[in-house]
Design a protein around this ligand. Structure first.
Ligand SMILES: Nc1ncnc2c1ncn2[C@@H]1O[C@H](COP(=O)(O)OP(=O)(O)OP(=O)(O)O)[C@@H](O)[C@H]1O
Ligand SMILES: [Mg+2]
Length: 390
């Protein structure tokens, strides 16, 4: 990092960073620990299921990951074999096969990524747990994507596989994570009732709680004195008004610092925060953008550029694809074909980065693309920045 930067370590502001301490979530963490205490105290005797529900940026992922790390450390200390594996179901497009594949490959990195059915993978997972004499807690983040794609049976099968082994050690426990409880409505009664016993609901963070969270993160990320407590309070105000979204607060912290660096400023000023707030649309955050592939980003860049110059609120797929091809050319990338472009569009639309609707007017059936709440210019800047980061 250059000497001028306001940051000492901006990786702690990365979305994948797991904070060493979860502030204001001690009761939730304790509850989760208690549910799974048997793993350490009476190994192999039980398996459990738990659910974490809470709004955007309420700390669900952080809670599950922190729990997992703590569990593994405690298990090591007590010489018990236990592991936590976290899989984001949306990242694997809601596919049970891919979610299980990720889990298996965490335990057997060389396991082939095709050639098996989801059922076979589940059997394989159980066999590996037997081989390693391991207890596993599988965290299924954004599980709504999984239930949407595979139906409630997916969760049922995961639960059943353990229950069917009447004899022998218990090995597989599950944590389901979702923004809302509705995701679970499609589940059958018995699966639902076992899940219902262990629900953790995450409330919205209040402004003072957000201050604490942002302060501790700023202390690790920023050069001392580069960001004032008053300014942290200001960012916490903004995050509190985004329904207590800690991720928004942390994105502000990162983006405001980037603007300070751009200005060669030794400290972050309120204007940098305002500027950051104006480019951080609540629809898609830089964190979300970083999850996109290079070509998905180029597709999004094309759309942003198209709308910067267009006076029409909608673009046709043809126009958008053309803009994508131009963006590819500039980036020195070979544009992918039409079918692939469609996939990019679907993913962007699933992530709410763009809106799509079917045009059924006289002109025939085409897909129309629009940017609803995002200024094209801010989007272009954000996407460019993420592309440059590599
Ligand atoms: N209590 C906390 N202490 C410290 N950092 C926190 C806390 N809660 C959340 N964070 C941080 O805020 C950011 C957002 O949290 P997290 O990703 O866990 O939210 P989420 O509930 O999973 O949101 P989403 O539903 O959008 O996935 C992360 O960077 C996380 O590390
Ligand atoms: Mg999350």
């Amino acid at each position: 990092m250059s000497q001028r930067s306001v940051f000492v370590d901006d990786t702690v502001l990365d979305i994948n960073h797991i904070p060493p301490r979860l502030l204001h979530r001690e009761p939730e963490l304790r509850f989760l620990n208690n549910i799974f205490r048997f793993i350490i105290d009476t190994p192999y005797e039980m398996s459990q299921r738990a659910v974490i529900i809470g709004g955007v940026g309420s700390g669900k992922t952080a809670l599950a990951q922190r729990f997992g790390r703590d569990l593994e450390e405690e298990a090591k200390r007590r010489r018990v074999k236990a592991k936590y594996i976290h899989v984001n179901c949306r990242e694997v497009r809601g596919s049970l096969f891919m979610a299980l594949n990720r889990a298996v490959r965490r335990l057997r990195p060389n396991f082939p990524d095709r050639g098996f059915s989801a059922d076979e993978l589940l059997a394989t997972l159980m066999r590996i747990l037997d081989e390693d004499d391991l207890q596993l807690v599988l965290g299924l983040d954004e599980v709504d994507a999984l239930i949407e794609k595979e139906g409630g049976d997916a969760i049922y099968n995961l639960s059943r596989v353990q229950e069917e082994r009447l004899e022998g050690p218990r090995r597989l426990s599950i944590i389901c994570i979702s923004k809302d409880a509705e995701a679970f409505q499609g589940l059958d009664r018995s699966t639902l009732s076992t899940l219902q016993r262990n629900i953790i609901r995450m409330s919205e963070y209040t402004q003072p709680q957000l201050v604490d969270i942002l302060l501790s993160r700023a202390e690790a990320a920023y050069r001392p004195g580069a960001v004032s407590e008053e300014l942290i309070g200001f960012m916490a105000d903004l995050a509190a008004s985004e329904s207590g979204d800690a991720r928004y607060g942390i994105d502000l912290l990162l983006t405001a610092g980037r603007y300070a660096d751009t200005d060669y400023s030794q400290e972050v000023h309120p204007e940098h925060v305002r500027k950051a707030a104006s480019t951080l649309f609540s629809v898609i955050s830089p964190g979300d953008l970083r999850q996109l592939s290079r070509h998905e980003l180029l597709a999004l860049l094309g759309i942003a550029r198209h709308f910067r110059h267009s006076t029409e609120p909608h673009a046709t797929t043809g126009e958008a694809e053309l803009a994508y091809q131009v963006a590819c050319e500039e980036a020195g990338e070979q544009p992918r074909g039409h079918t692939q472009y469609w996939k990019y569009l679907n993913r962007l639309s699933a992530l709410d980065a763009v809106s799509t609707k079917l045009d059924t007017s006289e002109r025939g059936r085409t897909q129309l693309i629009s940017l609803m709440k995002i200024p094209a210019e801010s989007l272009e800047q954000e996407v460019t920045r993420v592309l440059e980061e590599g």
